[in-house]
Design a protein. Structure first.
Length: 65
């Protein structure tokens, strides 16, 4: 089953509103798992860190001191 939430949530695009996607599977599911796929999403780890150590990024060994 595939649901494109970009189509379902087009009215909320560009707003701060949450988009809730509800669906009912057509078969009973035991131990269901949900996977999602992101297309055209470009980011890297540097966007998610609050601090960085340039020596560590360069691969230089760091001591506790």
């Amino acid at each position: 089953m595939m649901i494109r939430y970009d189509d379902v949530c087009s009215a909320q695009r560009g707003t701060n509103k949450d988009c809730i996607v509800r669906f009912t599977p057509n078969v009973d599911l035991e131990n269901p798992m949900v996977y999602y796929r992101l297309d055209k999403f470009y980011n890297n780890y540097r966007s998610f860190v609050k601090s960085k150590d340039i020596y560590q990024i360069a691969g230089k060994e760091k001591t506790l001191e």
